[in-house]
Design a binder for this molecule. Sequence first.
Ligand code: FAD
Length: 423
Amino acid sequence: MAEQPRPSRVEKVLVIGAGVSGLTTALELARVRENDKPRYTVQVVAERPADQTVSVIAGALWEFPPAVCGQHGNQLSIMRSKRWSVESYKEFQKLAQVRGNGVHMAPTNFYFGVKIEDDWLEHTKMRELKKLSEDEEIQGFRRMTEEDLKKVPASFGVKDGYQLQVPAVDTPIYTRWLREQLKQQSNVTITYGKRITDRLAPQSAKIRADWGVDAIVNCTGMGAAELAGASMVPLRGALVRVPVARFPSRPKTAYAISKTAHQQDMVFIVPRETHLILGGLVEPSEYDTHIGKDYQPIKEMFDRNKRFAPELLKDVNLDDTDVDVIAGLRPYRVENVCVEKEYGFNIVHNYGHGGSGFSLSYGCAREAIGLLESMEGPSFRVVDLRPAAVHQHPDTYADLETPDFTTAQLDGQEVSVEQPIYH
Ligand SMILES: Cc1cc2nc3c(=O)[nH]c(=O)nc-3n(C[C@H](O)[C@H](O)[C@H](O)COP(=O)(O)OP(=O)(O)OC[C@H]3O[C@@H](n4cnc5c(N)ncnc54)[C@H](O)[C@@H]3O)c2cc1C
């Protein structure tokens, strides 16, 4: 595959994919202005509109990495994800102040089966969340008291917990809102029903000529297996939806218990404008989304949530006709979430968000735009890869491990780095 010349300037961009990643990237691109004019012309192409993607299935409760569903071990990747999630939190927090977009801030109780101090990962995560809350980057961190914990049925073995104000997204309303925002931008066109086939890189020049663009952003979720040759693994999930009209007053608090990501022991209860969402299913490498009320793990998931909140769900049964089940595949990439440039082919990737596509959406979109900018011109430049959060919160990140690499690919060339790129 011959490398292609870098564009002297990226002005016209094709975004492939219209789930939350594609729509957010397209909207953020469309909003970039230079000299009082839109900086980019954006075309979105997707096989399916958002209301037919996994993005509309998502529980869409914001989460701070490492993610429960689709956890990565790579520390550099987790650090980047943390920055993306905080950036997204701030954007959702602003959106929650405006009506009509499906975003609201929900007090969310996170429970744990051990004392948090006894679990290195959860302890680190909690300390970071507390610090972010003290710095007012996120809102409402509160450690639970013994009295709070006693309210959870004893059979769940809950030993600890904290509460946060967390963005909760009503996905049908929010993805419709994203599409409407895009329609209002004069510099955006959207084409649905078109599938791009085969690896993007070898046909990048042709695709760019056909669409009249300088660069491509790949936001295809599971589709990246074909378009980027990515190691995608579906993490099948399902949600039970109960109309909020069933409750005397609209439920306000969200609840999450996850002792392990792969044993089916999760409790996940999220109130939305129209429905109360019950979830917690994670089944790796299962592709079939035609699962419903008769599927045993869904019955168990419903029963678990009902045992957790017996008072709230006392009159709700899985076979009630107004209670439905939806299922989808979280697009998990084995190595990490992929927000990367494909060197020499004028492609930026933004896929593989697993169970965190909403939580990371704005941060990833903005980083993808930064990567488009860094494609321009012939010069070789060394970029500072240290996430801004490392500079801003040195104490918070002090005990994270130093990544173990001594070479890096920068703009297609292998360079040696005598020191790790961040420490
Ligand atoms: C049960 C469940 C619960 C979840 N809960 C949460 C949660 O609480 N918080 C959270 O942040 N996330 C959650 N998620 C994860 C979230 O849904 C995903 O991470 C996110 O929707 C991924 O969005 P995406 O835009 O990258 O991919 P998708 O929504 O899959 O969109 C991909 C787009 O690319 C298009 N496409 C693919 N291949 C091609 C091709 N070859 N040619 C043209 N177009 C193509 C598709 O048609 C589609 O438009 C959950 C998911 C599930 C299933």
